[in-house]
Ligand binder design. Sequence first.
Ligand SMILES: NC(=O)c1ccc[n+]([C@@H]2O[C@H](COP(=O)([O-])OP(=O)(O)OC[C@H]3O[C@@H](n4cnc5c(N)ncnc54)[C@H](O)[C@@H]3O)[C@@H](O)[C@H]2O)c1
Length: 339
Amino acid sequence: MRTISVKAQKNEYLVVIENDFSNLSNRIGEIFSGKIAVVYDQNTHALFSKEINKQLENFKSCEIVFPAGEESKSLQSFEKLLCFLAENKFTRADAILAVGGGVIGDLCGFVASSYMRGIKYMSCPTTLLSCVDSSIGGKTAVNLPQGKNLVGAFYAPSLVYVSLSSFDSLPKREIECGMGEIVKYAFLDCSITCEDIKKGDREEIVVKSLEIKKKVVETDEFDRGERAKLNLGHTVGHAVESLSAYAYSHGLCVAKGIAKIIEVSQKYYGFSDEKKDEMLALLNCYPFDLDIEFSSERILEKITVDKKAETDAISLVLIKDIANVEVVKLPFDKVKELF
Ligand SMILES: NC(=O)c1ccc[n+]([C@@H]2O[C@H](COP(=O)([O-])OP(=O)(O)OC[C@H]3O[C@@H](n4cnc5c(N)ncnc54)[C@H](O)[C@@H]3O)[C@@H](O)[C@H]2O)c1
C-alpha cells in the first residue's frame, strides 16, 4: 500500500494506492461518516458494484448508473445526478463516490462542486488514464454540444482510492491510453525510466506518475502557467485524434504527438541527432505505433483553425531535453516553418 498526500488551496487529500478494494471502507471511515451516493457507468457497475457494496455495508449508501462513454459527460447527466442527490435528501454532510474512468470522475467532481455549493467528492479511478491523469488536480467538467469540457470547476477530492487490480479488466486500448500519459510524464521528470515502462510494474509507474502530477498541480493548481507543461504532445495529439475520427486512443495520439514535437523541437533548439534518438528511444519504451498518416499541413490546419480567430500565435510545449520541457508561444508563420 502507498499513499500520496496532495495539497490543494482548500484542503489536503490522500491518494491511496492498494491492490484491491479491501481497505476502502477503512479509508472512507477515516474522513467521513455520512451518506454516500455511489456513481458508476454500466461497465464499472457490472465489474465492481459487488465489491464496493461490501465495503460500504456500514455506511448509508445508494447508487446510480450512467451509460458508458463520453456522452455521459453532459449537462443532462449533470442534472440527473443533482436530482438524484436531492431526491435522496443528500445534505452538505454527505458525499459522492465516483467508481469509473475520467468520464464518471469529471461528472461527479463537477456535481460535487455545485450540489448545495459543494459536498465531499471521493473517487475510485478504474482506468489507468483516469488514475494517472484526472484523479488529482481538481479539474472537473462536462461537455456542451459546442465542445468538450466547456462547463466545469476546480474542485479537489477528499479521497482518491486506487485499486490496482481494477485495471486487470481493461482492454488493451485503455491500457495504451494510460501509457501515453505515463510516457509523457517520463518526458517531464526523470523519475520514470524506460526500465519502469518496459517492466510495466503498475504500482511503480502509477505512484511515480502521480508524484509528478502532484508536483505540477501543487505549483499551479488553477492552470495559470506550470500546468500547461502537462499538455506535452496534446496539441498535435488532439489534431491526430480528430483527423482519425477517434479511431486511435487518446493516449496513443499523445504519443504520436510527442513524436512530432520531438521533430519540431530539434528544428527549434537545434539539438543533435543523438539527442533526438535518445528522446525517440524513451518514447519507444512502450510499443506505440508512432506513424502519423496525416500530412503536416492537415495537422497544422487542424491546430490553427480555431486559434486563428482569436490570436496569431500558438503555445506549444517543446522538449529541450528529457525532463526539460518549456511552453513556447510561436507566431503561426514560425509554427508552419517548424512543421
Ligand atoms: N479532469 C481531468 O484532469 C482530466 C484529465 C484527463 C482526462 N479527463 C477526461 O477523462 C475522460 C476520459 O477518461 P477515460 O479514458 O477513463 O474514459 P472513460 O471513463 O470513458 O472510460 C473508458 C472506458 O473504460 C471502461 N472502464 C472503466 N473502468 C474499467 C475497468 N476497470 N475495466 C474495464 N473497463 C473499464 C468505461 O466503462 C469506458 O467504456 C475524458 O472525458 C477526458 O476529458 C479529465
